[in-house]
Design a protein around this ligand. Structure first.
Ligand code: NAI
Length: 335
């Protein structure tokens, strides 16, 4: 008797989201992933349908299935709705943002053989959303750092390091200037580090970390950061291995997990059929591992790497000519 399909919430998202999610679901189906999608809306498209950027039915689905594959969602600048990404992470308490930064075969990059893991606190810091006008022309934005959230993300990072044979964690901060907030983050991380004498630990100020990453990224193994620095540094790090088109990610909590690429909705190329689904496909591979299907994860990963290496799946952003559709066909052909 075959096992019933694993139900997963699917949010195609905005911009290039629907194009890349179609490519990814096509490949997963061809790989026999045994998933049943519960498709829901979120973001700009959702506003057109229901008037809400994050309808209750979408949240309820993720709470029920506990696993979600999510396309990028546009966040309007200035006025408009609050970021759906931030709301999802805060509401579902997806406190750990895990972003492996690794070379992908067949994708030219500044550095070969890079294998970094970025761990970003996902619920607070300057993403607390607490902003107000003091008087016209003066605004305040509140950076919230708590011992509880900082300790929790540090514990996650050190446990991850142990479980995955990582040797060193670098805490990234700006505690020289933000003495209380970043100071608390640093102190909380150091306190947790004391429980893991087998893992080497050091800390670097965020501006220096940017320079060191560009000059010599191999000195790092895992980076542990608050929400804002983690957001910026993970984009920088993705640029070291071929760009946003190839870097996956996971938002993990105690009960739910949302898998998505690091990149956004790429409005400049949306609807043109040229977007690279690699990052979302690698996020789906992380998701397959999360639900315990290592065999299928490996099958998809190998097919992707083979198709990229031969060039048939290389899209424009990584120096190829493949369209999103040709990418899906090329990877599926390698399964
Ligand atoms: P972006 O990541 O969408 O695009 C930056 C550049 O990378 C663009 O030139 C784009 O064409 C390219 N790019 C990104 N993904 C690509 C892919 N898969 N294949 C080929 N090229 C790709 O960043 P941007 O323009 O700053 O943000 C656009 C929107 O996305 C904004 O509304 C932003 O708030 C939102 N966003 C959403 C995220 C999410 O849903 N997790 C994450 C980051 C941004």
């Amino acid at each position: 008797m075959t096992a019933p399909p694993r139900v997963v919430t699917l949010l195609p998202g905005d911009g290039i989201g629907p194009e890349i999610t179609t490519a990814v679901t096509t490949i997963l189906e061809a790989a026999g992933a045994g998933l049943a999608w519960e498709r829901h809306d979120a973001g700009e498209e959702s506003i057109k349908v229901s008037g809400m950027p994050l309808p209750p039915a979408t949240l309820a689905s993720i709470r029920r299935t506990k696993v979600c594959l999510k396309g990028p969602i546009t966040t309007p600048i200035g006025t408009g709705f609050k970021s759906v990404n931030v709301t999802l992470r805060q509401t579902l308490d997806l406190y750990a943002n895990l972003r492996p930064v690794k070379n992908v075969p067949g994708v030219a990059s500044r550095y070969g053989d890079l294998n970094l893991v970025v761990v970003r606190e996902n619920t607070e810091s300057l993403y607390s959303g607490i902003e107000h006008v003091v008087v016209p022309g003066v605004v305040e934005s509140i950076k919230v750092i708590t011992e509880k959230a900082s300790t929790r993300i540090a514990r996650f990072a050190f446990e991850y390091a142990r479980a995955h044979g990582r040797r060193k964690i670098t805490i990234v901060h700006k505690a020289n200037i933000m003495k209380l907030s970043d100071g608390l983050f640093l102190e909380s991380c150091r306190n947790v580090a004391a429980d893991y004498p087998d893992i080497e630990v050091n800390d670097v100020i965020v501006d220096a970390a940017c320079m060191k990453l560009v000059m010599n990224p191999k000195q790092f193994d895992m980076l542990l950061l608050d929400n804002l620095y983690g957001d910026i540094i993970s984009d920088l790090a993705s640029g070291l291995v071929g760009g946003l088109g190839v870097t996956p990610g996971a938002n993990l909590g105690e009960t739910c997990a949302v898998f998505e690429s690091v990149h956004g909705s790429a409005p400049d190329i949306a609807g043109k059929g040229v977007a690279n689904p690699t990052a979302l496909l690698l996020s789906a591979v992380m998701m397959l591992r999360h639900v315990g299907d290592e065999a299928c994860a490996l099958r998809v990963e190998r097919a992707l790497f083979a198709a990229l290496e031969q060039g048939a799946a290389r899209t424009r952003d990584i120096g190829g000519t493949a369209t999103t559709l040709q990418f899906a066909r090329a990877v599926a052909a390698k399964l």
